[in-house]
Design a protein around this ligand. Structure first.
Ligand code: NAP
Length: 302
């Protein structure tokens, strides 16, 4: 029997484990893909307080090492469901069942991908899903942001401070994101809107060299030369398998606020998987601490 069962071995989950272990709780982190989470694919992290520069993989491996040295157990299995039984919880994976007195869901999100050839191959070589993580590496260069929501608009604005030119490529001629943000971008000399256009192809074998776009109105293909492509076409939470246990919002994010409490007592949500405004490494770590301590409080019957 574990005191705290954590589903998800990203920054939020591992931070929760550190807080749980330091409070003397028996903690297990169950991770089905890769320990470290999203940040592993960031070549360099420069916005974590107190660490001027670190690779995403080094950051997450240090975090995992820290959690394990404190005694957190790790399980490399996909959690399929959480059952509530007599005030306890059972996390079921394809291999085993893990009984726990409390559960922290730290399942993260996955960035929606374009699903085109070379996209996966060139992640870290020009293709990025995080402008705030990777934008500074494109200082003085030309880049494209794909998407028309608030994330894409904000990414374009952020990148316009570093890059020589930012193409904002959106599949419709109207943005989904806030008008005021789009208006502000329009004023920027180094931002060009490429509307009603989809990405047909990424050019480059070892590094991104450009994009072949398709003008949806004329049907014509055209090329832009860029060394970075920031894909900001939405995020996909993976909480469906827990929807009978806790409430989700209409987009599938776990309904929980800054206290990380969910609709089910004893189940907590930490990091990008919950409803929140800012999905960053720092906020994932902060959630891990909050959820870890909240679980300890729950276990103490407070
Ligand atoms: P989003 O609002 O869902 O927008 C995704 C954008 O990507 C849409 O413009 C969509 O086009 C486009 N898209 C989706 N699939 C695509 C595909 N396969 N190919 C090309 N384009 C595709 O996602 P988001 O911008 O990540 O924002 C998520 C949520 O967080 C939103 O509620 C947003 O308001 C919020 N957010 C808020 C702030 C803030 O400061 N308040 C900042 C960031 C995000 P269509 O428009 O044609 O569907």
């Amino acid at each position: 029997m574990y005191d705290i069962g954590i589903i998800g071995g990203g920054t939020a989950g591992m931070t929760a484990a550190i807080y749980g272990q330091r409070a003397g709780k028996r903690t297990v982190i169950i991770e089905g893909t890769n320990f470290g989470g999203q940040i592993v694919s960031s070549t360099n992290v420069e916005n974590y307080p107190g660490i001027a520069s670190v690779s995403g993989s080094e950051f997450s491996m240090n975090l995992l090492d820290q959690a394990m040295k404190l005694g957190a157990e790790t399980v490399a299995e996909q959690a399929d469901s959480v059952q509530k039984e007599d005030g306890m919880f059972v996390i079921e994976t394809s291999e085993k069942a893990y009984p726990c007195r409390s559960v922290i869901l730290a399942t993260g999100v996955t960035h929606r991908h374009l699903g085109i050839e070379k996209e996966e191959k060139l992640v870290g070589a020009g293709v990025s899903y995080c402008a705030t993580c990777d934008g500074a590496f494109f200082r003085g260069r030309d880049v494209a942001v794909i998407g028309g929501g608030n994330t894409a608009l904000q990414d374009a604005e952020f990148l316009s401070n570093y890059c020589r030119k930012v193409y904002l490529v959106h599949r419709r001629d109207e943005f989904r994101g806030e008008k005021s943000l789009a208006e502000r971008l329009k004023e920027k000399e180094n931002v060009e809107f490429v509307l009603s256009a989809t990405v047909k192809e990424i050019i480059g074998e070892t590094m991104v060299e450009g994009l072949i776009l398709n003008n949806k109105k004329t049907g014509e293909d055209f090329k832009i030369e860029v060394s970075g492509v920031f894909v900001a076409i939405g995020q996909i939470p993976q909480n469906d398998k827990f929807k009978d246990l806790i409430k989700l919002d209409e987009d599938g994010f776990i309904l929980a606020s800054e206290d990380c409490l969910t609709s089910c007592p004893g189940v907590f949500a930490a990091g990008d998987c919950r409803t929140k405004e800012v999905r960053q490494l720092t906020t994932a770590a902060a959630d891990g601490a909050v959820a870890g301590l909240a679980a300890c409080k729950y276990l103490a019957g407070e």
